[in-house]
Design a protein around this ligand. Structure first.
Ligand code: NAD
Length: 375
């Protein structure tokens, strides 16, 4: 009989496939709906998918595809998303936001007996979050301006004394989405939590920090530090570092994320809440270069490029106390993630230089800019 049927939208992807593996191990039946986005999968089902998964090729924002996929389902993980930071703004909303509205529209209008929806949000919804000035205390930081960034001024300054401020941990009650992706993720939160409550459909949102591990796509334009640094350093080339490399981030392993997904599915106390899912420890980008060097047993120096990504935050470190109180904590380190990724990537047949291709696209579309007078 099993524990029920779960639909994972975007289940052929990185987080979805690991979540599927864990759900199967726990006795659920897993269905996935995925359009095999060209950028991520080259249009093919990836070979890491468990043969017990029921695979449906379709678009999550297409009424007929989602309606068909919801037949007979008990639980939904809504993970499908458009994620690069390219300036095709409307696509973020037509995929991420519309699909979420459509999901609740179908559940309500077609009376699908869905017991819970868990959806993927992102740490990006915080924007810069709050900063602490040693003299003037806590303040909310707005967007860093292009004028400042173009001069190589990376840090967030206190609005009163203009001194460099330090980042506060990001906590769930705040939000300030500052780019196309994070606005689409935040609207997704509003839709899911509002309709979830209104129509009594238990719903949980998870704001993942940077997720890392095997199966992370090496094809899309944005996806980050693990892919770019590892692919470069495996060829003996210096990893290109944005800004000055002193940005703080927290990194969480995909197997820990899959555990968080399944936990909130099973815990009633999680309903109608959002939770940060992060690594619980801050690392600079330069620290991350050292971790990759450690795993590869190399000593490659980073290349500080004085370039930056438009819409990026200076520092982002999530507070994970709320999900810890449900009984989850991260069990793996960034080093574990790099090891798993290196093992996996070495078995992949990379047909071209995806990193160079992505960089060219990001530069051509103005997503990466160079500071004029680096400091
Ligand atoms: N990976 C991270 O670091 C991270 C961090 C924060 C939030 N998230 C969120 O987690 C979720 C999963 O991310 P991931 O890293 O596994 O990404 P991924 O790109 O590996 O997987 C996403 C999957 O969604 C599918 N998809 C995209 N558009 C679709 C559509 N219109 N219809 C059907 N399927 C579609 C893709 O083919 C892909 O298989 C996303 O919602 C993402 O925004 C990821």
């Amino acid at each position: 009989m099993g524990k029920g049927k779960v639909l994972i939208t975007g289940g052929a992807g990185f987080i979805g496939s690991h979540t599927a593996d864990l759900l199967i191990a726990e006795g659920y039946e897993v269905h996935i709906l995925d359009n095999l986005t060209e950028q991520i999968h080259d249009g093919c089902w990836p070979d890491y998918l468990d043969s017990r998964i029921e695979k449906i090729k379709g678009d999550v924002s297409r009424f007929e595809d989602l309606e068909k996929a919801l037949e007979g389902i008990d639980y939904v993980f809504h993970l499908a998303a458009y994620q690069d930071l390219l300036p095709n703004f409307s696509k973020f909303f037509s995929v991420n936001t519309v699909s979420t509205a459509l999901l609740y529209e179908l559940i309500v209008n077609r009376k699908f007996p869905i017991k819970k929806v868990v959806f993927a949000s992102s740490q990006f919804v915080y924007g810069e979050g709050h900063y602490q000035c040693s003299e003037h205390g806590l303040f909310h930081s707005g967007m860093r301006t292009i004028a400042h960034l173009d001069q190589g001024k990376w840090d967030v300054l206190c609005p009163h004394c203009q001194k460099k401020a330090s980042p506060a941990l990001l906590t769930e009650e705040s939000f300030d989405p500052q780019n196309q992706y994070s606005i689409s993720k935040y609207t997704q939160e509003l839709i899911a939590l509002t309709f979830g409550k209104r129509y009594q459909i238990p719903t949980v949102g998870l704001r993942y920090s940077i997720v890392q591990g095997a199966r992370q796509s090496f094809r899309n334009a944005y996806s980050g530090i693990l892919r770019v640094f590892t692919l470069k350093m495996l060829k003996g080339e210096p990893p290109p570092v944005f800004e000055d490399g002193l940005q703080f981030r927290d990194y969480v392993n995909v197997l820990d994320v899959a555990r968080a997904n399944v936990l909130v599915l099973q815990k009633k106390e999680a309903n109608w809440n959002v939770f940060n899912v992060g690594g619980g420890k801050a690392y600079t980008v330069l620290d991350f270069v050292s971790i990759v060097n450690q795993v590869l047993k190399t000593n490659i120096q980073p290349q500080i490029t004085h370039r930056y990504r438009v819409g990026d935050t200076r520092h982002s470190i999530s507070n994970i106390e709320k999900i810890r109180s449900l009984g989850w904590s991260p069990t793996r380190t960034p080093k574990n993630s790099v090891e798993a990724y290196v093992q996996w990537i070495q078995k992949q047949n990379l047909k071209k230089d995806y990193v160079a291709e992505a960089e060219n696209l990001m530069e051509k579309t103005g997503c990466i800019r160079k500071a004029v007078t680096p400091k």
